[in-house]
Ligand binder design. Structure first.
Ligand SMILES: C[S@@+](CC[C@H](N)C(=O)[O-])C[C@H]1O[C@@H](n2cnc3c(N)ncnc32)[C@H](O)[C@@H]1O
Length: 259
């Protein structure tokens, strides 16, 4: 334009660029976000998580590349590494879940070395199941469960299943699925289809707790799962101190149980 006016389409373009940053800016923003998450994760590890190492037979901290591990599954192509959820973050997720857990099963989808299982075990769940397809990580999770002090366990049963999450039959009754980045969208879609089929066969309370929810789109338009709003205090805590975002989705039966 040479006359100083702006055409409607150019104005529209300007308006769009005001809400949608350029690819370079988006790249920079993603880099800063990643750096911030890495920093916060390290702070959690050094300030909180290492204080609990004495409760672990095999240390759960650190990252493990899955390349060299024994995994019998075609789905290993959709996974890169193991990394544990910071303990405080798991505790905050539990604060958003129902209080009466006596009928509930907790499933850690991709349990790694079992850190999340140990934490869930301190709560009075009916049953806790960790699904893990990497042999070495499942070994570590089993050893951690076996060595966890009995007087800290409030759950009625805790088990590790050496299986691909897609080969697992969803349990009867109310279930929480804890999902910290186990796999990419193609496997996530199939996993959600499995639990949705179990729900369709027998409607029940189900909650999916997504940590670092890269695959949130799989849930966002799902007819059976609705977003669970976090209480403002919890949302603020997560926004300020969590390395990763958290998103919860539940079936209507689960939403009815949450106050
Ligand atoms: C990011 S780690 C999370 C570990 C643990 N849930 C935690 O939060 O501390 C993801 C784990 O999922 C496991 N995993 C990935 N795809 C899987 C699948 N299809 N079946 C079972 N385990 C899987 C990986 O081996 C890895 O241990």
């Amino acid at each position: 334009m040479t006359d100083g006016t702006t055409s409607p389409s150019a104005a529209n373009g300007l308006a769009q660029s005001a809400v949608r940053p350029s690819p370079e800016r988006r790249g920079l923003r993603a880099m800063l976000k990643h750096g911030h998450a890495v920093l916060l994760h390290r702070l959690h590890e050094s300030l909180v998580d290492r204080r609990y190492r004495h409760l672990e037979t095999v240390p759960t901290g650190g990252m493990v590349e899955l390349d060299g591990l024994h995994i019998e599954s075609e789905n290993k192509a959709f996974v890169t590494h193991y990394s544990p959820t910071p303990r405080l973050l798991t505790r905050w997720v539990h604060q958003a879940l129902p209080r009466d857990l006596a009928d509930w099963t907790f499933v850690d989808v991709g349990a790694g070395r079992g850190r999340v299982l140990l934490q869930a075990a301190t709560r009075p769940y009916r049953r806790i199941v960790g699904l893990e397809f990497a042999e070495e990580l499942a070994d570590a999770a089993e050893r951690n469960v076996a060595g966890f002090p009995r007087d800290r366990i409030a759950a009625r049963a805790v088990e590790v299943q050496r299986t691909d999450a897609l080969a697992f039959d969803p349990p009867e009754g109310p279930t929480v699925y804890f999902i910290f980045n186990p796999f990419g969208a193609p496997v996530m879609r199939r996993f959600v289809a499995r639990i949705a089929a179990a729900y369709a066969a027998k409607p029940r309370p189900m909650i999916c707790a997504l940590v670092n929810p890269a695959e949130v789109a799989v849930f966002a338009h799902h007819p059976d799962f609705k977003p669970i709003a976090l209480k403002p205090g919890l949302a603020l805590k997560l926004a300020l101190f969590s390395p990763y975002g958290v998103a919860l989705y539940g079936t209507p039966e689960a939403l009815a149980l949450l106050d």
